[in-house]
Design a protein around this ligand. Sequence first.
Ligand code: LMR
Length: 397
Amino acid sequence: LWKNIDPAPPDAILGLTEAFKKDRNPNKVNLGVGIYKADNGRTPVLESVREAERRILDAGEEKTYLPITGSEAYGEAVRGLLFGENAGAMSERAVTAHAPGGTGALRLGADLLQRFRSASTVWVSDPTWANHHGIFAAAGFEIQSYPYYDRENSRLDFDAMLAALKDVPANDIVLLHVCCHNPTGEDLSPEQWEALAAAACEKGWIPFLDFAYQGFAEGLEADRRGVRAMAEAGPDCLIAGSFSKNFGLYCERAGSLTLTAHTADDAATAESHLKKTARVLYSNPPAHGARIVTTILDDPTLAAQWKEELAGMRRRIHAMRRQLADGLRSRDVPLECDHFERQQGMFSFSGLNGEQVDFLRDEKSIYIVRSGRINVSGLTADNIDYVCESIAEAVKT
Ligand code: LMR
């Protein structure tokens, strides 16, 4: 079977981790994959998560299958975080499936849409997370881009974005990053979300919201503005969520797909098709991560502890952004540096080109996604000078 088949290229992001692990340089730095790291260079298991795991172990729950869409408690917890306090009707007209990670949620939504909107085009931002293209192509969709980032001026180009989205035909699907845009870190303001929600209603396109970083930009409440704006304006939309980052549950695959509808009856219909779709993809979701999330969110003390731990991760990211910008400015690096401090979330779109990224990997063992995306949380007190020095060299050579 495999004799005459060429090997596939490594994954643009996860492939970097494979290469990093093989690198023997003691100074190596992984700024590739979007995994949070503490100042000691390790990805912490949150204390709230450890305590939840102790409780789960003590409770000794059975390991039978979960329902196709996961436990009801998990769905409620997801919607609570997505919509926030006073969600009222918004939450009642929504249904949630526990999906295996944010990627699983996107694929579940893509396959669901393929059943009813197979002729639609999916519109993604330019640039977007590399895997978005793969997921929607695998589900059989044609993909097109809308303008998002002005590379020349290192900023969001909202006017061009809105103008393009006003031309998207009804029933096409528009993928939007709710916060911590991956890869640029450039987010939309509340007014810009209102304008997008109005465009979705007027034009009849379907918003598909990718919400993998809630709590990493400004906070749980502020970060959900895009979800609230869409849900309040009323177009039926899909929301892919993930607890990989904000609970640090990467390998537990605790994601979610939430669908909003015009009525509770429509939502029930949507849920019936969600079940059909999930059943043939993975049958039912893995339980452990979801149990951790519900154990934490159902206990006010643990929930408060988790929020504080999340705020700590956010603060460290902001601090490393400042140190990166200062470190590059002090070395007179001819790169625009203000955007490092302005952008939100784990990623900064550095402005480094492909050759400079290759130089950093080959000569300095610093791993960055080839688009120039840097995982700022991979910077630590121990490596920040080495990284700034190396970037200065890469830009000058
Ligand atoms: C990333 O963008 O690095 C993360 O979302 C991890 C992944 O699956 O690519």
